[in-house]
Ligand binder design. Sequence first.
Ligand SMILES: *[C@@H]1O[C@H](CO)[C@@H](O)[C@H](O)[C@H]1NC(C)=O
Ligand SMILES: *[C@@H]1O[C@H](CO)[C@@H](O)[C@H](O)[C@H]1NC(C)=O
Ligand SMILES: *[C@@H]1O[C@H](CO)[C@@H](O)[C@H](O)[C@H]1NC(C)=O
Ligand SMILES: *[C@@H]1O[C@H](CO)[C@@H](O)[C@H](O)[C@H]1NC(C)=O
Length: 357
Amino acid sequence: MCNFVKTLCVLLFYAVIAAHICAAQIKYPTVLISILARNKAHTLPYFLSTLEKLNYPKERIALRIRSDHNIDNTIEILEKWMVSVQHQYHSINSEFIDNDSYADEQGPNDWSKLRFENVIELRESALNYARTSWADYLLTIDCDVFITNPNTLQYLMAKNLTVVAPMLKSSGLYSNFWFGMTDEFYYQRTKDYKPVIYREKLGCFDAPMVHTCVLVDLRKTESDYLTYVPDNLYDYDGPRDDIIAFAVSANRSNISMTVCNEERFGFIMIPLEQDDTVDFDMLQLTNLKLEVLNEQGKLFVRDDLKEYTVLPDKDTLNFDKIFMINLLRRPERRGRMLECFDELGLEVTILDAVDGK
Ligand SMILES: *[C@@H]1O[C@H](CO)[C@@H](O)[C@H](O)[C@H]1NC(C)=O
Ligand SMILES: *[C@@H]1O[C@H](CO)[C@@H](O)[C@H](O)[C@H]1NC(C)=O
Ligand SMILES: *[C@@H]1O[C@H](CO)[C@@H](O)[C@H](O)[C@H]1NC(C)=O
Ligand SMILES: *[C@@H]1O[C@H](CO)[C@@H](O)[C@H](O)[C@H]1NC(C)=O
């Protein structure tokens, strides 16, 4: 009997401790991730795979995905991915429209009037959806972004800023922020830009514009003033452009936009010009993948999305043979070079080097 009471007391003791531990834990803030995808079949396998690696509880993340006006298999890839992951996330809200091209566009990379209007509407409705569904945060992220640092989301949240972006690296000088804006609301290069891009200066910096991958803290009252719709801005006669309207609404509401480069967060594709082809975008993707390989190793791709990644056929660039000479005792260099050859489509013969020592 005595033993029984003792056991009961011990059990009770642990139950009380356990209750305390549970009570002390706070759930992660809820995040709505808004994804707009158009003709991104070539980047989606990397985008979706890296997104999934974010070190954040997926049951605290809801996804809102929209895709329309595609000429490639963007929707097929999104649907396949959603089926595999939907049970992990809090919810997925998606709408796909099988719609070839806008009536007024010159080609898939033309930012026509109808396209801008559609994108403005899509972004604003995502923002309002996040607000009305009581999400704590909205992360808007485009499909040509590869977040390679899994702690990015938590890092940005810890900054406690209303609008904040992780600085993303491209294969050129392009990035997801501006440091200067003209009186006509256009991009202006400033002398502070390069040291930040090259991470010679580290920190979080106010910027007149952040875009493409942006975290908004919707719990801050001031975030209610943010909008992507130019018509919502009093006395505004600038371009009918979603990100410019957003930046102007922030500025007029005295909300700082901030870009952080203290850590390496990930990579971004350079957007296409109107006359660029999809083949050109494939080349840019290859460039970027090589950049990633060089900095931190191969971009992660989920097994079930590998079939959608495209590598060039291999040849020897019209030479009889291409050789690589490499010491057997440096396997990591050899491995990295072999991965580069796969990306570049180079048929290479390897010679084991003789160690002069
Ligand atoms: C497809 O896009 C065109 C042009 O933007 C639009 O007029 C049409 O209503 C769209 N179709 C659907 C099914 O949404
Ligand atoms: C976050 O910022 C708000 C002001 O926007 C401030 O009131 C609050 O104390 C800050 N929270 C932390 C944990 O620093
Ligand atoms: C704008 O924000 C800054 C910094 O938070 C503050 O010092 C200033 O008073 C604000 N201005 C207005 C008009 O609210
Ligand atoms: C708004 O823009 C003006 C002019 O570029 C700038 O001086 C000011 O700091 C901006 N305000 C915020 C909150 O970023």
